[in-house]
Structures are given as structure tokens and as C-alpha cells.
Design a binder for this molecule. Structure first.
Ligand code: TYM
Length: 402
């Protein structure tokens, strides 16, 4: 292992709970989300905050209604500022280590929704350096290539090119380094070690890297010359960067502390655990063929019983079933319809085979539509990517056609 991050001794892991682990690089076991709120010191998204969303957007997004986005830092504050006329920008990202799966799309779909509703700019970081540091298989050239591939998925979600700025760390390092250096100066190794569990075997690239992921929280403020509040939607595994680094140094550097919205993890198709690229047979990738999607869903673990008789008698266990959770996360937005699926399953009327077939048809549809948009995105890459070459926020397209 190159970095010492992926294979560290979990007993020394500061975010370890008794039966699960959540770090930016490892998610293991049955995650107790309420316990994470306590451990990380975040706040639950309350009915009052959801009401504010409803007042501002005229609706409640299913991800909020269903508590898929369930925890936050300073969200109430950023919404208050917005209401009093101070807009925020959005920041999220991707570590390009392979293909994009449906789990990655959860924060992106919600970020796109927030961009539409709040008219916010999005700064999207592709951490090609991080994935190079933490993998002993991927070259820097490969992670850079994957960053461009993954950008197609991002564009396919429908972000507004005028308000969306995508960059790789190496492609935008001049700009990022100036902020990262200031963050690094105020962050000790002892803090980084406590927050991320770094060890002697961790690459020094990885030890500096958190300053670069934190840097984007302040990027627009630096580029535009005035303080702009930042809202970061992501799954809760990314919280250490904000808790331990960005929010700690923000007051020292004169910036607002970045606010966050944390999501739960979309599960994989196996028994327990999040959807993860390291288990490709239980993850659905946006580039999977229709046949592969169908096969993966047909082979999914379910909450079904051993025999048909038992299933009819006792009903299925929707709560532990990834197939049901796929409806819950992405594939049934109507709450009444979702309840019907739940009730039919748990009462033994809906059998796993039929339930999987219905899901497979919805997922295949979704993936086919996404694949078409992803193909179209190839024409638009340059409208989204910013690089240092011309400085500031100059898009590649603007460089070519001034
Ligand atoms: P990465 O590539 O591991 O994940 C990208 C985004 O997807 C979220 N995520 C999931 N969400 C729901 N269900 C899942 N199963 C699931 N798996 C992953 C992650 O939380 C993340 O939001 N270091 C980061 C890249 C990054 C970043 C950021 C992410 C740079 N700046 C700012 C979020 C916000 C990474 O490797 O993400």
C-alpha cells in the first residue's frame, strides 16, 4: 500500500465506533447514522430547517423528506444569510479512482437541485492527486484521465455551465496552492494525524492533501475578493476535511466557516455496506450495459425468506433489503407508492423476483438516459473545466475562442 491510509490499523482510527468505521477512505459495517452525528459533532437537519427549505423553494425534496440528507453544520446560518440577501456558493467533488456509480450521484443530484433553486455557483474539485497518493495501482496520468471521464457524468446531471467550475487539483494547482499553503501553515501534523489517522507509512503527499481539499471552501472568496458563504453537500464520510481543517482555519484566515449538508450512503447490492467502487459486482456504474445492470440486480441480496411459503407467511424484510433501499433513494419518488412497495413486501404479497424485475427496469431506464446525456457531454467538457493556464476562472472554451 502506497499511502498507509487504506490499510491502517483500525484500532488507531479516531472515527472508529464499535461496529462500524466511517472515514474518507473506508466505510465499513452497519453505519449508525445517529451515532455519527454525536461522534462527529454535527447537527441533525431539523423540521424547522426543512420548513425553511420549503419556504424558499416551495417544496421539500425527497432527499430531505426521507432524511437521506440528514445532518449538517451551519446550514441554518447559511439559509438565514441567503434570506437576508447574501448568496452562497456550492462546493463538492470527486476522487477519480474509477467509474462513477449511483452512490456518487446522490450528492451531485442534490447539488444540482440546490444550484437550480438557489441560483448558486458550483465549484467542483477532482482530486486526481488524492487518488494517486492513496492507490498503489493508479498513475497520476490515469487519475487525470479518469477525472475527465467522471466530469462527463457530472455534466450529464445537468449543471449550468455558466455557474459551474470543474477542475483537477493538478490542473488548478497554482490557484489552489496559494490558499492551501495558508491552510497548511495553520494546521499541525498532530491535528491532521488525529483527524485522519495518518501513520508513519502515509505518503507526505497525503499529509498535505487535506489543505487542498479544504482550500476550495475559500476559493471564490479569494478569486472575487470578498467573503462568500460556502455550502458543501456530500456524504458524511467527507466531514473530517471540514471539521478538522477548513472550519478550524477559516477564522484565522478571515473566511466564513464552510457549511455542510451530509447524506447517508446508498447501499451496495450485497448484504450491508455502502455502494463502493471497490466492490464492482454490487455497485451499479453509470457506464454499465443494460445486461450488466439487469444481472447485478437479479443477483442482489434481498430481505427475502428462504422459501416461498415463509415469504408469503412472514413477509419480506424491506428494512435490510438493498432492492427496497434503491426505491427509497432514487427509484420511487412518490411516498405513497414507496409505502405500497414496503407494505406489499412486508406482508408477503410482493415477491423478491418481481420486485427485482420492476427495479431493474427502472434502473436500466435511468442508466440509459444518463448514458445518452453523458455522450452529449463530450461536446461540452471545455465549457465546464477551468485550468490555471490563463488564470482566474477562464474556461478552456474561452481560451480557444476568445
Ligand atoms: P469520492 O470520489 O469518494 O466520492 C464522491 C462523492 O460521493 C459521495 N459518496 C456517496 N454518496 C452516497 N452513497 C454512496 N454510496 C457514496 N459513495 C461516495 C462522497 O461522500 C462524495 O461526496 N475526497 C473526495 C473528493 C472531494 C470532495 C470534495 C467530495 C474533493 N472535494 C468536496 C465532497 C465535497 C472523494 O474522494 O470523494
Amino acid at each position: 500500500m502506497v499511502s498507509g491510509v487504506e490499510d491502517r490499523d483500525e484500532d488507531e482510527n479516531p472515527q472508529k465506533s464499535e461496529d462500524f468505521v466511517v472515514t474518507p477512505w473506508t466505510v465499513k459495517g452497519e453505519v449508525d447514522y445517529e451515532k455519527l452525528v454525536e461522534e462527529f459533532g454535527t447537527s441533525p437537519i431539523t423540521p424547522e430547517i426543512i420548513e425553511t427549505f420549503q419556504r424558499l423553494t416551495g417544496e421539500i425534496h425527497p432527499f430531505l423528506r426521507r432524511r437521506i440528507f440528514y445532518s449538517h453544520r451551519d446550514l441554518d446560518d447559511i439559509l438565514k444569510r441567503y434570506e437576508s440577501g447574501e448568496p452562497f456558493f456550492l462546493y463538492t467533488g470527486r476522487g477519480p479512482s474509477g467509474g462513477v456509480h449511483l452512490g456518487h450521484l446522490i450528492p451531485w443530484i442534490f447539488t444540482k437541485y440546490l444550484q437550480d433553486k438557489f441560483g448558486a455557483e458550483l465549484y467542483f474539485q477532482m482530486t486526481n492527486d488524492e487518488k494517486y497518493f492513496t492507490s498503489d495501482k493508479l498513475s497520476l496520468e490515469k487519475t487525470s484521465e479518469l477525472a475527465e471521464e467522471n466530469t462527463l457524468d457530472l455534466i450529464a446531471i445537468g449543471f449550468d455551465p455558466k455557474k459551474t467550475f470543474v477542475f483537477t487539483d493538478t490542473g488548478y494547482m497554482k490557484t489552489l496552492y496559494e490558499i492551501g499553503a495558508k491552510i497548511a501553515k495553520h494546521t499541525t501534523f498532530s491535528t491532521a494525524k488525529a483527524v485522519f489517522g495518518f501513520e508513519n507509512s502515509t505518503s507526505i503527499g497525503m499529509i498535505f492533501f487535506p489543505a487542498i481539499q479544504a482550500a476550495v471552501s475559500f476559493l471564490p472568496s479569494v478569486l472575487k475578493g470578498y467573503n462568500i458563504p460556502c455550502l458543501i453537500p456530500a456524504a458524511i464520510d467527507q466531514d473530517p476535511y471540514w471539521r478538522g481543517i477548513a472550519r478550524e482555519v477559516a477564522p484565522k484566515l478571515g473566511f466564513y466557516k464552510p457549511a455542510q449538508m451530509h447524506s447517508k450512503f446508498m447501499p451496495g447490492l450485497g448484504q450491508g455496506g455502502k455502494m463502493s467502487a471497490s466492490q464492482p459486482e454490487t455497485a451499479i456504474f453509470t457506464t454499465d450495459s443494460q445486461g450488466v445492470v439487469e444481472k447485478k440486480i437479479r443477483s442482489s441480496f434481498t430481505g427475502g425468506r428462504d422459501t416461498l411459503e415463509e415469504q408469503r407467511l412472514l413477509g419480506g424484510r424491506a428494512d435490510i433489503c438493498p432492492v427496497y433501499h434503491y426505491y427509497y433513494f432514487l427509484f420511487e419518488s412518490d411516498d405513497l407508492e414507496l409505502k405500497r412497495i414496503y407494505d406489499d413486501c412486508t406482508s408477503g404479497q410482493l415477491l423478491c423476483g418481481d420486485c427485482k424485475l420492476m427495479l431493474a427496469s427502472r434502473v436500466k431506464n435511468f442508466v440509459a438516459t444518463h448514458a445518452r446525456k453523458r455522450e452529449d457531454a463530450k461536446e461540452h467538457l471545455d465549457e465546464f473545466i477551468v485550468e490555471d493556464l490563463s488564470g482566474g476562472l477562464t474556461k478552456r472554451s474561452e481560451r480557444k475562442n476568445p
